[in-house]
Design a protein around this ligand. Structure first.
Ligand SMILES: CCCCCCCCCCCC(=O)SCCNC(=O)CCNC(=O)[C@H](O)C(C)(C)COP(=O)(O)OP(=O)(O)OC[C@H]1O[C@@H](n2cnc3c(N)ncnc32)[C@H](O)[C@@H]1OP(=O)(O)O
Length: 192
């Protein structure tokens, strides 16, 4: 049981309805951007998280803790664990709802230490939507899908227009990203 406030999702939320073009259950999700610290292959010390659609409301992700992710010797840094959950939750929102969204709020409960070399199995689910707000939560279990819970997290993601990324981010990189995705026949009007 989380120690966080229990009004989750708030009463004014509606059930989340996955987008008709959301990937089907069993789909392995690759990196969404090669320079993403959470999932990008080009970031040597990144988290290299890989995710899969488990059901129309759930995405499972795996994060193996490396030596570059330490806080105390031999243990994962809490901030990097929060990052892993940000990625897992964001991937759940982006892939299931297929709308561009950014993290507005992220809560984490650290339940037990996560050693270097262990793998967190993160199961994230859509909890509800209210206008631009999407509520999503996750549990991370140690070394197995049914292992002990090590971390819980809840996120509020707010839907934004693509101009959020072009205005505040690197517009040239986003243009290249769009070209690569369109050449691959992929819709890009989701998180670049
Ligand atoms: C295939 C794809 C893969 C995609 C895979 C993607 C994986 C990436 C995962 C990483 C994701 C990230 O880290 S994203 C990077 C970190 N996040 C950011 O940089 C976001 C920075 N913040 C912002 O830009 C802004 O504050 C926004 C966009 C979040 C909100 O600004 P806004 O657009 O002006 O909207 P605003 O009216 O303020 O808020 C909208 C509603 O949300 C509520 N709201 C806003 N912030 C909060 C908050 N902290 N806590 C509670 N509620 C909040 C407001 O009360 C309001 O509710 P109501 O009045 O409607 O009731």
């Amino acid at each position: 049981m989380s120690k966080a406030a229990e009004n989750w999702p708030p009463e004014d939320t509606e059930p989340a309805t996955p987008h008709p073009d959301a990937p089907p259950s069993g789909t392995e999700l690759g990196e969404h951007y090669s320079q993403c610290f959470g999932c990008g292959d080009d970031v040597e010390s990144g988290l290299h998280i890989r995710s899969m659609i488990a059901s129309d409301m759930t995405v499972v992700s795996k994060f193996t803790v490396g030596k570059d992710h330490q806080g105390a010797p031999g243990l994962a840094h809490g901030g990097l664990l929060a990052c892993a959950f940000d990625e897992a939750l964001g991937s759940t929102v982006g892939n299931l709802l297929r709308r561009p969204a950014v993290t507005a709020r992220l809560e984490t409960d650290f339940v037990r230490p996560v050693p270097v070399g262990s793998t967190l199995h993160i199961a994230a689910k859509l909890d509800g939507v209210s206008r631009r707000k999407t509520y999503v939560s996750a549990e991370g279990r140690l070394d197995a899908e049914d292992g002990p819970v090590a971390v819980r997290a809840r996120g509020l993601f707010v839907t934004v227009g693509v101009e959020h990324f072009t205005k505040h981010g690197d517009a040239d990189a986003i243009s290249q990203f769009r070209d690569v995705r369109q050449a691959a026949g992929q819709d890009w009007d989701i998180n670049p």
